[in-house]
Design a protein around this ligand. Structure first.
Ligand code: MSP
Length: 644
């Protein structure tokens, strides 16, 4: 027998710096759904997830808790594993960067890159907080002070190793341009090329001496390997790269898909391919940067205290409804806003009504008219062909969308079949056929077509909702051989002579009023408190401090390809580059602002404007028909300087 085709998919490895929220759950549910789908199709699919456990932040958290970093990460990691169990994530391997095998691989990679001259010793410069013994980058500072203790910081430098990123920039650009599928979605690819690669890559700091919770550099042990060069190679250390058991490497590398959030796409499409090029390894086939689950007020954040806890939602609604909701609601690739009302409406309408009713009506009528067992002879009739065609289409459309990682539309295709089957009941009116003894055979065909549709539906939903797929197939007693991908390519695989029973509702309906009261209550309370605190229109210094503004130099400015009013700016903030789109094309020629130092708000929620992402807002003064961009007046104010 020929070997099965392999398919290797990874999620990011998570920082165990606290409990994970629904945003983290989203990537993992998506990866799990895709892996289950590939396995269903007969692939030898392999899913990797894990935890990224080293670094200063973890060391500090452990110190605060009065335990060792290892004890700290062991505790959080065991909770993360419990969460994945709860979410029914069927990963094939869970890697921890504290695994001795991973650490060995990292040390060997570091040494190899050093020996071949890609890593060299230099000086790391940053802002140092003496009491905390910590280095911070410009953008991590809060009001120019240490983000941890609030005390002043000073410029300082420490010895560090660096990776020569720039050496590989041309090769990387050529690779990205000749492999159109490598970075997805397309908009992220353009962002990487224009904002990061073309302006020039800086060498990457890959070791530190100011903390010791990390993998020691073997030939210079006061250094530990720093962040990305420890984290990214988890995708190959998990397969045994430079270790004693590299068999998995032969089987699964290069990865078919790295699924990552948009914030870390840069590391996966610039640093990671360059590391792989330096190691002379093939690059992953695709890196997909998905959007974020946001809340109405913006980003979920532990410090603001507005994170949505998946454990609470599973307790309240069950795991499959939550999996269905995140996959169906979010357009993969774009940001989406989490809303509990929508989750409830998905449960009541799509799951309880559409799917649940189809199952309960079909089984109840099979029991009522045939004692639960359908006879073999059956007469075809009106509407059958249409239902059968819809079933075929659902299978092909579903596969097309799943292959494009468009989970939402893949599920939509299944719901088209569910809708068609419900309509078929109304059209064929089994209750009328049931009154006429001469129509018994036709009635049997109607019930068969419905049960067969349910079989196909059960198989199609099983990657996204494994328990529900199984439950539907169990209720209609589908034999194992008819639960396969192959078996649903043809309508008619459900065997005759099977006996079904009436079933309990698949999903209990949620009382919308009750949920609305529960969710609104804390908000109401908060609003009342706010009223008492300050008069309308006045904001406190804390409110003002939430707006982050910085100086940026305009690297380039171009007309938006699809909107006359918009200009697309590439801005340099010192430590990072960003794209901001501004509706000021009426007031400026694009080249007028290039080279100027402007002021931009940097913590606005990113938005897509006619297909391009805008990540912040450039400030302007407006009066009547006049508009002028605010610029920095003289002096040598550096890019990234705080405005306040
Ligand atoms: N440790 C790094 C990844 C290293 S991969 C070699 C890291 N960890 S993280 O825990 O901070 O984030 C893990 C993933 O969660 C990222 O892909 C990030 O985009 C994703 N998300 C964090 N918040 C999110 C939402 N609100 N919505 C969707 N995904 C989000 O980064």
């Amino acid at each position: 027998m020929a070997d099965k085709k392999s398919f290797y998919v990874t999620t990011p490895i998570y920082y165990p710096s606290g409990d994970l929220h629904i945003g983290h759950t989203y990537t993992t549910v998506a990866a799990d759904t895709l892996t289950r789908y590939k396995k269903l199709q007969g692939y030898d699919a392999y899913m990797l997830t894990g935890t990224d456990e080293h670094g200063q932040k973890i060391q500090q958290k452990a110190e605060e808790a009065g335990i060792t970093p290892q004890e700290y990460v062991d505790d959080v990691v065991s909770r993360i594993k419990d969460l994945w169990k709860l979410m029914n994530i069927n990963y094939d391997q869970f890697i921890r960067t504290t695994d001795p095998e991973h650490e060995k691989t990292i040390q060997r990679i570091f040494k190899k890159l050093y020996d071949q001259g890609d890593i060299y010793k230099g000086k790391y410069e940053g802002w140092y907080c003496t009491p905390c013994e910590s280095f911070w980058t410009e953008s991590q500072l809060v009001d120019g002070c240490c983000p941890d203790c609030g005390r002043p910081v000073e410029k300082a430098s420490e010895e560090a190793y660096f990776f020569k990123m720039s050496k590989y920039a041309d090769r990387l650009l050529e690779y990205i341009e000749s492999h159109p599928d490598f970075i997805q979605p397309e908009s992220r690819k353009n962002e990487m090329i224009n904002n990061f690669i073309k302006p020039g890559l800086q060498d990457l700091c890959v070791s530190r001496t100011s903390f010791d919770w990390g993998v020691p550099v073997t030939f210079d042990t006061k250094h530990v390997v720093y962040v990305w060069i420890d984290a990214l190679p988890n995708y190959i250390s998990a397969l045994g790269y430079l270790n004693d058991k590299p068999q998995l490497m032969d089987k699964y590398w290069p990865a078919d898909l790295h699924l990552v959030g948009k914030d870390i796409i840069r590391f996966h499409t610039i640093y990671w391919p360059i590391i792989l090029m330096a190691l002379d390894l093939p690059l992953p086939k695709k890196v997909y940067g998905h959007g974020w689950i946001l809340l109405k007020g913006g980003k979920m954040s532990k410090s603001v205290g507005n994170v949505v806890d998946p454990v609470e939602l599973v307790d309240k609604y069950g795991v499959d409804p939550l999996r269905y909701h995140v996959l169906r609601e979010m357009t993969f690739g774009s940001d989406g806003v989490y809303n509990e009302d929508l989750l409830v409406s998905h449960i009541n309408s799509d799951l309880a009504n559409d799917l649940g009713n189809l199952l309960s009506r079909t089984t109840a009528m099979t029991v009522k008219y045939f004692g639960g067992t359908l006879p073999e002879t059956q007469q075809a009739g009106d509407y059958d062909d249409e239902l059968i065609q819809t079933a075929h289409k659902a299978v092909t459309e579903y596969a097309d969308f799943m292959d494009k990682l468009d989970f939402s539309r893949a599920l939509e295709s299944v719901w088209k079949l569910i809708g068609r089957a419900n309509k078929y009941i109304d059209e064929t009116q089994p209750w009328v056929l049931g009154k006429d003894a001469g129509q018994k055979d036709r009635l049997a065909r109607v019930m068969y077509n419905l049960t067969e549709s349910l079989r196909i539906i059960a198989v199609l939903i099983s990657p996204a909702m494994p328990d529900t797929g199984k439950r539907v197939a169990d209720e209609i007693k589908v034999p194992q051989a008819q639960r396969t991908w192959e078996s649903i390519q043809k309508f008619g695989g459900y065997p005759a002579g099977v006996t079904v029973k009436r079933c309990k509702p698949l999903f209990p309906r949620i009382d919308v009023k009750k949920v609305a009261v529960e969710t609104a209550a804390p908000v109401k309370k908060q609003k009342q408190q706010k009223k008492e605190e300050k008069p309308a229109g006045v904001i406190t210094i804390d409110d003002f401090a939430k707006v982050q503004m910085k100086v940026a130099r305009v690297l380039s400015c171009e007309k938006h390809p699809d909107a006359d009013k918009l200009l697309v700016f590439q801005l340099d903030f010192g430590n990072e580059k960003r794209q901001i789109i501004s509706g000021i094309a009426k007031y400026y020629q694009p080249e007028e602002l290039v080279g100027k130092k402007v002021i931009a708000c940097t913590n606005l929620k990113p938005v897509m404007l006619r297909g391009l992402e805008s990540n912040g807002m450039i400030l302007s003064a407006i009066s009547g028909k006049q508009l002028r961009v605010l610029t920095v007046d003289g002096g040598d104010m550096p890019e990234g300087a705080d405005v306040g």
